[in-house]
Design a protein around this ligand. Sequence first.
Ligand SMILES: Nc1ncnc2c1ncn2[C@@H]1O[C@H](COP(=O)(O)OP(=O)(O)O)[C@@H](O)[C@H]1O
Ligand SMILES: [Mg+2]
Length: 253
Amino acid sequence: MMKTISIINLKGGVAKTISAINIAYTLVKVRGKKVLLIDNDKQGNTSKFFNLHNYEDKSLADLLTDRDCNIHSVIKRTAYEGLDIIPANMNLLQANKEILLDVARPQQTRLRKALSQLNDEYDYCIIDNAPDINMTVINALVATDDVLVPIKVDKFAFDGLEQLLDQIANVQEFNEKIVFKGCFITMYQRNGVNVQGNEYLASSTDYPLFHTVVRKTVKVDETTFVGRPLLDYKKSTAGQDYEKLVKEYLEMC
Ligand SMILES: Nc1ncnc2c1ncn2[C@@H]1O[C@H](COP(=O)(O)OP(=O)(O)O)[C@@H](O)[C@H]1O
Ligand SMILES: [Mg+2]
């Protein structure tokens, strides 16, 4: 059975996209898994990373609005064997409105239904979500088994976490199996705020926290220019950390 993981945080710039890409690639490269990565953000950063952002091919918007759209017509190969993606672009903005207005069809369960067209082709589906709660994000949560929340520690780091938990609770009406697996700290630096932020989260019973932190390194920015996941790029702390994070995640399951 394919496991679906949502990477989500209502804040932007916390490494949702970088985490989705690198968790997906680590599962492929280190664990030999087959992974479908879904770009669920109209910014299309995951799609751009793999050089698969355009307006000619079908994208997630088509899958969610066109009743007759087969999921296989939307999936694109990346340069990496075992890693495929469903790209997104600005059409996702219109798709959100369209789903909302199209009350004749179920609105929240479309992605889950689309994913059910897959026949054991993938071990994992990783969804890179927009920093928002909209129809396509709700569709992602309804299709999700495990929720992972990247957190960058700053003054506003914990804003929106409560709302996110509320949303997960709401979605349980459609999806009983959804589990908030935990938060993990990204762009970690050994300084006072990061240590305190980590301690705060570790002591909070509302939010499970991964022991693994993903360290800050300039190599992450570099990978966005070359379009290569960390483990296919120069050796890096963050690459090792994503490997550790995946290990910690797999040991929980
Ligand atoms: N571990 C890290 N070290 C240094 N920079 C990072 C790290 N993780 C992410 N970044 C950078 O932070 C920025 C935001 O990351 P991104 O994944 O696009 O966030 P989001 O998808 O949450 O908006 C990007 O410029 C990215 O290169
Ligand atoms: Mg992003």
